[in-house]
Design a protein around this ligand. Structure first.
Ligand SMILES: *Cc1c(COP(=O)(O)O)cnc(C)c1O
Length: 234
């Protein structure tokens, strides 16, 4: 477990360095610890070092972890970052604080309708397919404005911004380009009158590039917990 705290320290140093290089305050940046495929006790170890935001991809796995860690519930913010199916929206609306992976109005409408009245509005981002491959999830940049305005009007969701998972790239310039494109899409929506403040972009391999292009949430898994086993997806 001390490996986890060492890794978190290293990730935080990488982020602080990237903030310094780009003239940003590191307080403006949220580290989202991606705990998918890792055990509740590893989340507990990360919490013990001060982490509060955790990302999950698979609803059932997340519900089990949220239940096991119910003693920490008031301190933790759980973020759904994986593809969402209609039959899982109720569980997500009831148990998560954030959803980053909305790419269809129907899913957003269900989440809004199913968000319990005693909870604050669900904080949401729209996932954008910046690289443009047909297979990937995410709304296309062309269809984004219409979806964003429709989601912003839903009563029990608060639209905060955009999320992306670009194609992996080796060098810094190639990593920065899709992040810059997402930043520009957010600026366009803000000019159209939407009050947005969140760019969820950057993972273990490209967090510096994302910070340089304005990420406000970086989603980091393997740099903290180690490689995920090959038997589970992602
Ligand atoms: C798994 C995952 C991450 C974390 O990826 P790492 O490369 O392990 O840091 C971030 N975002 C999403 C959407 C993921 O599915």
């Amino acid at each position: 477990m001390s490996m986890i705290s060492d890794n978190i320290l290293q990730v935080r140093q990488r982020l602080t360095h990237a903030c310094e290089q780009s003239g940003r305050q590191s307080e403006q940046l949220c580290l989202l610890v991606v705990s998918k495929t890792f055990a509740a006790e590893q989340v507990r170890a990360a919490h013990a070092t001060g982490e509060r935001d955790f990302g999950e991809n698979y609803v059932q796995e997340a519900l089990d972890k949220i239940c096991t860690l119910s003693d920490l519930r008031a301190q933790l913010r759980w973020h759904m970052i994986g593809p969402l199916q209609s039959n899982k929206t109720k569980d997500v609306a009831e148990h998560f604080d954030w959803v980053h992976s909305i790419d269809r109005l129907k899913i957003a409408q269900r989440l809004s309708a199913q968000r319990p009245a005693h909870l604050p509005p669900l904080q949401v981002c729209l996932q954008v397919n910046v690289s443009g491959e047909a297979s990937k999830s995410g709304v296309s940049p062309g269809e984004l404005p219409e979806l964003a305005h429709a989601v912003a009007a839903l009563p029990r969701l608060q639209l905060r911004g955009l999320m992306s998972i670009p194609e992996p790239a080796q060098d810094l310039a190639a990593q920065r380009a899709p992040h810059r494109a997402l930043t520009q899409l957010l600026q366009t929506l803000i000019k159209q009158g939407l009050a947005l403040d969140t760019l969820s972009m950057g993972m273990s391999a490209d967090m510096e590039a994302a910070v340089m292009e304005g990420a406000t949430i970086v989603r980091v898994g393997s740099a903290i917990f180690g490689q995920r086993s090959g038997t589970t997806p992602h």
